[in-house]
Design a protein around this ligand. Structure first.
Ligand code: GUN
Length: 283
């Protein structure tokens, strides 16, 4: 058996066509969706992410702005910048690229973003809404994964799901979204005993641990849907996932590739939520 490849690139392209329609409609009403990204310091991975976001936002005709601040910006200065964009009607979405330098309390900065413009879905108000089953803005990576599972008609209702990784950005919201679709969900993490045996119970296995090729075929129930959130570099600098894809593809029923799997969906959902925010704010 060889797994069906769930292409995030294909779904992102399909969704982009629909989103282009929405942008055109908004522009007819005199509204251009605006996204500002606040980037601090010179982290090269962050710079790459931010450039990709800007490229895709511009391709859709957004008003897109990257504000690049020096690594030694103070917390107060950054909070003032966030407040400035909270008030600026040209922007419907604000994203503060993480991680931030040590002198800045990231929680304080995320809390300062107007929850209506929090297109990353990281604000405690949006996290809380998600947890009580009334989602508004949703963290983009788990949101994109749900869209991918739907696109490939992976059955979630009544299924067993295992989430490896407990981060606020991926693991926790992913588990909640799967639970809202009636999966029975277990969250595993670095202290979980016999991880492979637990993973083998999963009809849906989502992996976000940040360790290249960690998940081998011994982790996989035959026919399972396997979602690889990992973005690691191997010793030759090649981008690899958390899942050893060549051998896992022989056991799994569905598998997301790296690259062109989860990554393009994360950016797509960011742009999608910015459009939704522009619709709401301009209504
Ligand atoms: N750093 C890594 N991924 C993300 C993301 O999705 N949003 C933000 N703001 N920062 C990140």
């Amino acid at each position: 058996m060889s797994a069906i490849i769930m292409s995030g690139k294909t779904l992102a392209d399909e969704m982009t066509i629909e989103m282009q329609n929405d942008v055109n409609q908004l522009k007819k009403k005199g509204v251009t969706p605006g996204l500002v990204v606040l980037l601090v310091g010179e982290d090269s991975a962050s710079q790459t992410y931010v450039k990709n976001k800007e490229k895709r936002a511009k391709a859709l005709g957004f008003h897109s702005l990257i504000r690049h601040y020096p690594v030694d910006i103070t917390e107060e200065e950054l909070l003032n910048e966030v407040n400035h964009y909270n008030e600026d009607p040209a922007f419907h979405g604000i994203l503060v690229q993480l991680p931030l330098p040590k002198q800045i309390d990231s929680d304080k900065v995320v809390n300062a973003i107007d929850s209506v413009k929090d297109v990353d879905g990281f604000h405690p108000i949006n996290m809380g809404k998600l947890l009580i089953g009334q989602p508004d803005k949703i963290p983009c990576t788990p949101y994109g994964i749900i869209k991918l599972l739907e696109r490939y008609q992976v059955d979630i209702d009544g299924k067993t799901a295992v989430m490896i990784g407990r981060s606020n950005i991926v693991g926790k919201p992913m588990a909640q979204l799967l639970m809202m679709k009636n999966a029975t969900v277990t969250i595993a993490h670095s202290r979980t005993k016999d991880l492979a045996a637990l993973a083998r119970t999963a009809d849906i296995l989502v992996v976000a641990i940040g360790r290249g090729h960690f998940v081998t075929k011994e982790f996989i129930k035959p026919g399972a849907a396997v979602i690889d959130v990992g973005m690691n570099r191997d010793k030759n600098g090649k981008l690899i996932g958390d899942v050893k894809s060549d051998e896992v593809a022989e056991v799994a029923g569905y598998l997301t590739p790296v690259p062109k799997g989860v990554g393009p969906m994360t950016i797509t959902m960011l742009l999608y939520q910015t459009i939704e925010s522009a619709k709401k704010i301009s209504a």
